[in-house]
Design a protein around this ligand. Structure first.
Ligand SMILES: Cc1ncc(COP(=O)(O)O)c(C=O)c1O
Length: 403
């Protein structure tokens, strides 16, 4: 007897470009932090579609707003005004202190926009600069610009030559950073917590060095907050938590709660150097995407989500440290709020299927790290249950010698 999953997999393997190695599970429904597969099995989601389903699955407020917007007006293009783009930009501006927003459709596009705006800034000033500083362990996306500042050789090699003039600095190495940044540097791009790089936070001392290098040379600072921003650590933007002072910031993932949207935020000084026609997007900031972002931002700020994430962060930290004490394969626990990484003593890949067996969804990144990015609405009883399942998965993993 063939199952729904057999059919889905057979069709995909015949017709879908094979760029993803998927886990053998087909999800068909979700509710809050729970997902249900085609066989009706329930899973606790500690990944939220890689940090996207910020309000959980099938959030009634978001679902209602999306349905209402679909019945009203979805898209008109950026040739015309609509009421929601300015409203979403105003909210982002008051939260971030960066005064203007360019809307696009993904995190990668937001990074791409920031890189272009940094170039444009120097071009407008009549002193073009092309050099970029990026960090080892960074991930900023897969388009040519974003890939050029993504450090993983494996992602980069097949597509070279990429942008010229990128200089690499080890994260948290103050001396290396100060030595690399010069008056040729257009921008320094960093994640306040490196997500794909294994949930590695930048230190406040390193953020201070970035601010100093920027002040000394004029180099712009780009904070990529696509994974660690928008409340994930209990701060609207994590760059504020480490004292980083960016001129540009890229957003995506959590902002639409599952509706694709990205945003590049700009300081007034940078925004003043951009002209009509410099950049654009057909879909960027359409009514559907902005409506979803407004629901998310409302929940985050007015719905008490930020304070909730702070409390949940303390809960996760305590529980994960207990897990680490129990399982000798867990070497280190890193993170804040609702972004956590468990550094293992070996390849973490088998923890993912072991988790699925226990009906908990986690992900492996940077080879040896089990990453948790739960929906921001997760409650203590849900987290308790999910981490109990992860505990059992780590038991299985330890027993089977990591096979
Ligand atoms: C920090 C960071 N920047 C950029 C991206 C790319 O975003 P997207 O895949 O939504 O285009 C990601 C995705 O994981 C990310 O974590």
């Amino acid at each position: 007897m063939t199952t729904v999953m057999d059919d889905v997999q057979a069709r995909e393997s015949r017709y879908v470009l094979q760029t993803y190695r998927r886990q053998p599970v087909t999800f068909v429904r979700g509710e809050g932090v729970r997902l249900y597969d085609a066989e009706g099995r329930e899973y606790l989601d500690l990944l939220s579609g890689i940090g996207v389903a910020s309000l959980g699955h099938a959030h009634p407020g978001l679902a209602g707003a999306i349905a209402d917007q679909a019945k009203t007006l979805l898209h008109t293009s950026n040739l015309f005004f609509h009421p929601l783009q300015g409203e979403a930009a105003e909210r982002l501006s008051s939260l971030s202190g960066l005064s203007r927003t360019f809307f696009c459709n993904s995190g990668t596009e937001a990074v791409e926009a920031c890189l272009k705006f940094a170039r444009r800034y120097w071009y407008t000033r009549g002193e073009p600069r092309a050099e970029l500083i990026a960090l080892e362990g960074s991930f900023h996306g897969r388009t040519f610009g974003a890939l050029s500042v993504t450090s993983d050789e494996h992602y980069r090699a097949p597509f070279e030559p990429l942008l010229a003039g990128v200089r690499w600095v080890p994260a948290n190495d103050r001396a290396a950073l100060l030595a690399a940044v010069s008056r040729k540097t257009a921008a320094i791009i960093v994640e306040a917590i490196q997500g794909e790089g294994g949930v590695r936070p930048l230190t406040p001392a390193f953020a201070a060095a970035i601010n100093e290098a920027s002040a000394n040379t004029g180099a712009l600072v780009i904070a990529d907050e696509i994974q660690c921003g928008l409340g994930r650590t209990g701060h609207p933007f994590h760059f504020t938590a480490i004292g980083l002072k960016p001129h540009l910031s890229s957003l995506g993932k959590a902002l639409g709660g599952g509706v694709p949207i990205g945003a590049a935020l700009l300081s007034e000084e940078v925004a003043a150097t951009i002209s009509f026609g410099d950049h654009g997007s057909t879909y960027g900031g359409n009514l559907l995407a902005c409506r979803a972002a407004l629901v998310f931002l409302h929940e985050l700020v007015d719905g008490g989500l930020l304070a909730h994430i702070g409390r949940m962060g303390r809960f996760f930290e305590a529980r994960l440290k207990t897990l680490a004490a129990k399982h000798s394969i867990v070497k280190e626990v890193r993170g804040a709020g609702l972004i956590w990484g468990l550094e293992l003593t070996r390849d973490a890949a088998p923890v993912v299927p072991a988790g699925l067996e226990q009906r908990v969804i986690v992900n492996r990144t940077a080879e040896t790290v089990v990453r948790l990015l739960p929906p921001l609405v997760i409650t203590e009883p849900e987290a308790d249950e999910a981490l109990g399942r992860l505990d059992a998965a780590l038991d299985d993993f330890g027993r089977n010698g990591g096979r």
